[in-house]
Design a protein around this ligand. Structure first.
Ligand code: PEP
Ligand code: MN
Length: 366
């Protein structure tokens, strides 16, 4: 349930609601809005009796939150979350491009690729230092040395960096170096790792699990937010199906659904979905058209010698061409036909304007 305060409610009035919620044994989480604060009631087993809150001063109304993912849901926050990553604002209505190699292999490799992808328009550099590999005999990443190289890339190029924390053991180390900590597909339901991410102040890139439903994915994000970290970026990277023409099946239908269900930014990783570079460009174009907030693409200056995921890594020239192509797709897909929004009732909520920028507009029609 959400307890919505009146405009101009003072701190003591908000505190009275918070302690009222806590007295009932629940957890209260204030969500500041542009005009008024709402307080989300968490950890309640059943329905919450609203009547005692409605009597408190400055309480405007109570709204039931019907979704199991409370903090992640649009029901508790109508406007889009924007996450600041070292000056790059993810989810702000622009397209965020993250790119780089699958794994950091050496300083020269990382810096060469970083300069190339930056020139093409990348804002955030990606590269694994700790790699989750199917085979224990495959390259496992450079570990701490890889993190130090990422720090050097940031220093030399000015780009924030995203890299994966594969377990609890390395989380603290990774968050010291990374601007975004990635939780990989195989760890999406590693609940103790999600709780660890919740304690972190660093933004989290939460990949969708190999066979996760959207609800399971959003519940994983709820773990992080419930732990106290609001900075979650979702990443669709394909799910496992019967298909073998690609590594996974990119579920683009998830993007409009997630945007409708949640206020969190959602990006697409076409590389791990496709597994083959020829599919990466068309899938990226489609992902942008369908409304994602950004892309994460694997690029290598010499994919034939890459220590991991060479076949799905774009050549720098292909990547530069992709960046050019998606710019116009992005502009065209965000130019929304205004006539589809029916404001005739005169009561279109103010926040609807902002959501409507990327969300299915049918939500706001009568
Ligand atoms: C990655 O991005 O480096 C990665 C391993 O991806 P995923 O967890 O989606 O397989
Ligand atoms: Mn990879």
């Amino acid at each position: 349930m959400l307890v919505v305060m009146k405009k101009g409610a003072i701190a003591a009035e908000i505190e009275a609601v918070v302690s009222g919620i806590e007295q009932k044994g629940y957890i209260a989480r204030p969500i500041p809005g542009g005009e008024r604060v709402a307080i989300c009631v968490l950890h309640n087993d059943g329905p919450v009796d609203a009547s005692s809150f409605l009597q408190l001063p400055a309480v405007k109304e109570t709204i039931p939150v019907t979704r199991p993912y409370k903090l992640v849901s649009r029901e508790s926050q109508a406007w889009d979350t924007i996450i600041d990553v070292g000056g790059v604002r993810v989810g702000n209505g622009r397209l965020t491009i993250m790119a780089g190699p699958c794994a950091i292999e050496s300083e020269i490799q990382a810096l060469t690729i970083a300069q190339m992808v930056k020139r093409a328009g990348t804002q955030i550099f990606r590269g694994g230092a700790f790699k989750p590999r199917t085979s224990p005999y495959a390259f496992q990443g450079l570990g701490v040395e890889g993190l130090k190289i990422l720090a050097k890339v940031r220093l030399e190029t000015g780009m924030p960096v995203v890299t994966e924390a594969i377990d609890h053991e390395v989380y603290e180390l990774v968050e010291q170096y990374a601007d975004i900590v990635q939780i990989g597909a195989r760890n999406m339901q590693n609940f103790s790792l999600l709780r660890r991410a919740g304690k972190s102040r660093k933004p989290v890139l939460l990949k969708r699990g190999l066979a996760a439903t959207i609800e399971e994915w959003l519940m994983a994000a709820e773990y992080v937010m419930d732990g106290g970290n609001d900075k979650v970026i979702l990443c669709e990277r394909g799910v496992r199906t019967f298909a073998h023409h690609s590594r996974n099946t990119l579920d683009l239908s998830a993007i409009p659904v997630v945007r409708q269900e949640s206020h969190l930014p959602v990006i697409v990783d076409p590389s791990h979905a496709a597994g083959f570079r020829d599919q990466v460009i068309p899938l990226s174009r489609a992902a942008v058209a369908v409304g994602c907030h950004g892309l994460m693409v694997e690029v290598h200056h010499d994919p034939e010698t890459a220590l991991s995921d060479g076949p799905q890594s774009l050549y720098p020239a292909q990547f530069a061409e992709l960046c050019r192509q998606i710019e116009s797709i992005f502009k065209a897909s965000r130019a929304r036909p205004k006539r589809m929004i029916d404001t005739s009732s005169g009561s279109l909520p103010r926040y609807a304007k902002r959501i409507a920028e990327g969300c299915p507009q049918e939500r706001f029609t009568k």
